[in-house]
Design a binder for this molecule. Structure first.
Ligand code: SAM
Ligand code: SF4
Ligand code: SF4
Length: 363
């Protein structure tokens, strides 16, 4: 085993690929329930994963339920309780479309951080169009406000965060979203760069895409080009707002990197080293483990213990391949760790130093 290899820092349970939205940026919703439902890990399978992770990583680490839409799995609460009992901290992402009947359950659960996706605030149509379902804005906003009210009434510590993709269509919504967060005392907001919708969930790989000679699709490059000037202005404003105390989770380093990216996406390939191989541990609904979501799985938790997979030859090979990868998903939040759940401050400090070194060529 490589002596320098640390334990993973960002653990994701994609508990289902199923989803009720039809986001224009994502392909997950094309999964048919009938094709996958019998193949998903069971509640007991996930509990075993949690148990094994706890034995390996000790108490106090965070993991995040994602997907697909994680709240489509009704055992999310049972799994959260189980994780909590083992001393593991639970976060979740959600599109908030079908959780209206679950508000009180969420408040009573050990979920400590809930990241609700919201792509607009002044113009509901922008959010609805990006999510492919009319009424999704109303539901996401209701979830944010109702959960906040319940959280305050019940005096619990649930962190309520907003997750927003920066799109050509929502550029003028970005600053109002931050103002909304501050005005309503939402815990914080996290911006995500728009990624290629096929590679975003590794679908490119299934079609034979090679990460080593990836070419950004022309349509996506055109989108970045069209928005670049205004995007840089807005990111400058975000930096100012963050300095002034608005709760923007993205690090200054990531915001700076976004500006470099919008000026010329290709510069990022040499400037930012993708670190997913030494930090990420993503488990898909069928038990496959990926360090990089655009490469083949490195193992399956049904066959091997999580720790064995992390140190396996497959994982070492994946880490080696990340070094010469030519994809742009290194700009996503999973490569700017401390951002995402924003809990572990010593870890954030470490990551910040590292990104600073990458940006200044001092590594
Ligand atoms: C894949 S979703 C899973 C959780 C849940 N279904 C949701 O939408 O919040 C996680 C996050 O990825 C974002 N996302 C979707 N497509 C994206 C893309 N092409 N590039 C970057 N982020 C994307 C979503 O907006 C969401 O905030
Ligand atoms: S981004 Fe989330 S809500 Fe949208 S299709 Fe993908 S998994 Fe579903
Ligand atoms: S940039 Fe990182 S996450 Fe994206 S394909 Fe390359 S190694 Fe994987």
């Amino acid at each position: 085993m490589n002596e320098l290899l640390e334990k993973p820092q960002q653990i994701t349970f994609d508990i289902t690929d199923r989803c009720q939205m039809q986001c224009v940026t994502c392909s997950k919703w094309k999964t048919h329930a009938i094709d996958v439902i019998d193949k998903e890990l069971t509640t007991e399978d996930w509990k075993k994963v949690l148990y094994d992770l706890r034995n390996w990583l000790g108490e106090g680490f965070w993991f995040c339920f994602s997907g697909g839409e994680p709240f489509l799995r009704s055992d999310i609460f049972e799994l959260s309780e189980y994780a909590h009992g083992l001393g593991i901290k639970v976060a979740s992402m959600t599109n908030a479309f079908g959780i209206q009947h679950l508000y009180q359950k969420i408040i009573n659960s050990p979920i400590e951080s809930l990241n609700i996706s919201l792509n607009a605030i002044n113009n509901p149509d922008i959010h609805d169009l990006s999510r492919g379902r009319k009424g999704s804005f109303e539901k996401a906003l209701d979830a944010i406000m109702s959960l906040k009210k319940l959280r305050d009434e019940n005096k619990t510590n649930l962190g309520i965060n907003i997750a927003t993709i920066i799109l050509p269509e929502n550029l003028e919504e970005i600053i109002p979203l931050v103002e909304f967060v501050t005005r309503n005392k939402i815990n914080g907001i996290m911006f995500q760069l728009l990624d290629d919708k096929e590679s975003f969930h590794g679908y490119n790989v299934q079609k034979g895409c090679n990460t080593q000679d990836y070419q950004m699709p022309y349509e996506l490059r055109k989108k970045y080009l069209v928005m670049s000037k205004r995007a840089v202005e807005i990111i400058n404003k975000l930096i100012e707002m963050k300095r002034a105390g608005h709760s923007i989770y993205n690090s200054y380093e990531q915001l700076d990197a976004m500006k470099v990216f919008f000026n010329n996406p290709d510069e990022i390939i040499d400037a930012i080293k993708c670190d997913v191989g030494s930090t990420n541990y993503a488990i898909d609904p069928y038990g496959n483990v990926r360090l990089c979501f655009n490469m083949e799985p490195v193992g399956n938790v049904k066959e091997n213990k999580p720790e064995y997979i992390w140190t396996s030859a497959n994982s070492q090979h994946c880490r080696y391949m990340t070094k010469s990868c030519k994809m742009y998903c290194r700009m996503l939040n999973c490569n700017f760790k401390g951002n995402f759940v924003n809990f572990n401050t010593s870890f954030i400090k470490k990551v910040k130093n590292k990104i600073f070194k990458v940006l200044t060529g001092k590594c």
